[in-house]
Design a protein around this ligand. Structure first.
Ligand SMILES: [Zn+2]
Length: 326
């Protein structure tokens, strides 16, 4: 039995994993991404951890798949990210092949997350599926017939940057009124910090989880407090869910997919997010144009992109179907 390597380079965490040809995760080495230390530090970490994992198996390692948390030119196997200094136009695919001596393939985290959920998670058996990742920002991986729809400029599925409001705040992409400014980890953290500054007594549990000061409030602390039942934290997540619900109706109207899978850190809020998403879709949906698309939570949690990277590596190694669908 052969193994493959999978790499997930995210804005806050990175992971290197060893998978078998059935798509089972054997070993994972992970850490926090240090933006200050830059690209070369990250590449050193990936190289070192990949070599450690390869040394721990006596089976041949055949290929490597990688997920990058930002836009990727799939045809040229280059990173297009402008937000992460040092990465723009970096030939990550070629670097992996040269460094690891393995056939390698890179795609963005939304497409990888979609591939991972489609093959090993909540998207199993779906002919068409949209994986929506709600973390720092929002992205989508559109999977049709087991393959990611990339589009002319590799920008298909940039769900976070669809315009949803005329009065929206400036988005990280430079546009105004993008979905991401209302519904994303950043939007939730901003709203949490705003509450913490204006009415700290109303959001004391969020502050407690965060470490005490408004500046320390993160999307994660808001989501955790919401899960504990904190009413303000729940309302913050619910407000994002309403924006998301309307955006998902748009996705359904365009693609009419079998299934939409919600993943990323914010989706760990579970029903606190999913229930108001469904309510909003009912509220704003048309009584005369129905839909039967299922809206479900990701099953692989934070590991969806890593599993997708493993799926790409297995395809590259010529073992696409082994143990794929259950
Ligand atoms: Zn935008």
């Amino acid at each position: 039995m052969n193994n493959v390597l999978a790499v997930d380079i995210g804005g806050t965490h990175f992971r290197v994993g060893l998978f078998d040809e059935g798509g089972r995760r054997l070993l994972v080495s992970e850490g926090d991404t240090s933006r200050e230390d830059g690209r070369d530090w990250m590449l050193d970490e990936i190289r070192g951890r990949a070599r450690e994992l390869v040394e721990k198996t006596d089976r041949p390692v055949k290929a490597c798949g990688a997920s990058f948390g930002g836009p990727v030119d799939f045809d040229r196997q280059r990173v297009l990210s402008v937000h992460t200094p040092g990465w723009q136009n970096f030939a990550l695919g070629e670097w992996l092949e040269r460094t690891l001596g393995l056939p390698s393939r890179v795609d963005n985290d939304a497409n990888c997350g979609g591939l991972g959920e489609h093959r090993y998670g909540a998207g199993r058996g779906a002919g068409s599926m949209v994986y929506v990742t709600i973390s720092t920002g929002i992205g989508a991986g559109i999977i049709i017939g087991g393959r990611a729809l990339r589009g002319r400029d590799n920008l298909a599925g940039e769900l976070g940057h669809i315009p949803v409001s005329e009065s929206g705040a400036l988005c990280s992409c430079g546009a105004k009124g993008c979905l991401e400014t209302f519904c994303s980890g950043n939007a939730i953290a901003d709203r949490g910090r705003d509450w913490a500054r204006r009415r700290p007594e109303s959001i004391d549990r969020v502050l407690e989880i965060s470490g005490g000061t408004p500046d320390q409030v993160t999307a994660r602390s808001v989501v955790l407090a919401a899960l504990e039942g904190d009413s303000v934290a729940r309302s913050i997540v619910q407000e994002s869910a309403r924006w998301l619900g309307r955006a998902l109706l748009t996705v359904i109207r365009i693609l009419d997919p079998d299934r939409i899978v919600l993943g990323g850190g914010v989706a760990l809020a579970g029903s606190v997010l999913l229930d108001p998403v469904r309510d909003t879709m009912r509220e704003f949906g048309s009584p005369s144009i129905g839909y039967s698309t299922e809206i479900v939570l990701a099953e692989l949690e934070n590991y969806s992109p890593l599993y997708g990277a493993a799926a790409m590596a297995l395809d590259l190694a010529g073992q696409p179907e082994t143990g794929s669908t259950a």
